[in-house]
Design a protein around this ligand. Structure first.
Ligand SMILES: [Zn+2]
Length: 159
């Protein structure tokens, strides 16, 4: 309903038409556009407003991918509609800088469920791990400062 008011669902239906997707109503007030044909975005499925698009012939409303895309629909509502697109692109850029992957550190993809969307969690790029001492999953320190690292790990785990 919110995405109808903010115009993002209308934008989604427009993009579905441009991509020659056959659009039908689905669960939870969402629309599904199947057999989307435009080359952008390159994802196998994506969401614009309350419209979930897939390049395939169908998307199961009970699937984890559907739930992932439905969370993006909620994000569109929270972001006031198509204003989410530049925010999403910025988040994807940050993720790429940090990990070399557009989804792994993208706040929108993480909150929609990385695994549900087919994304893998990735560590920070090795150069960033050296600068920050943290690679996203563990602390990295040269041997000379290992005891200090152990101390900061210990104090980190207490807080
Ligand atoms: Zn996603």
């Amino acid at each position: 309903m919110v995405n109808l008011a903010n115009g993002s669902t209308l934008a989604g239906l427009g993009v579905a038409a441009l991509g020659c997707a056959a659009t039908t109503r689905s669960a939870d007030g969402l629309f599904v556009g199947v057999r989307y044909r435009l080359p952008v975005p390159p994802a196998p499925a994506f969401c614009l407003g309350n419209v979930i698009m897939t390049r395939g012939d169908a998307i199961d409303p009970g699937s984890s991918l559907f739930r992932h895309e439905a969370r993006h629909a909620t994000q569109f509502a929270c972001c006031g509609g198509v204003a989410m697109i530049p925010l999403y692109l910025a988040a994807a850029g940050v993720s790429w800088v940090l990990t070399g992957d557009f989804g792994a550190r993208n706040v929108f993809e993480r909150r929609a469920g990385l695994a549900d969307g087919g994304y893998m969690d990735k560590p920070l790029r090795p150069a960033l791990g050296r600068v920050t001492g943290f690679n996203g999953s563990q602390w990295l320190r040269p041997p000379s400062t290992r005891s200090r690292a152990a101390f900061s790990r210990a104090s980190f785990s207490r807080t």
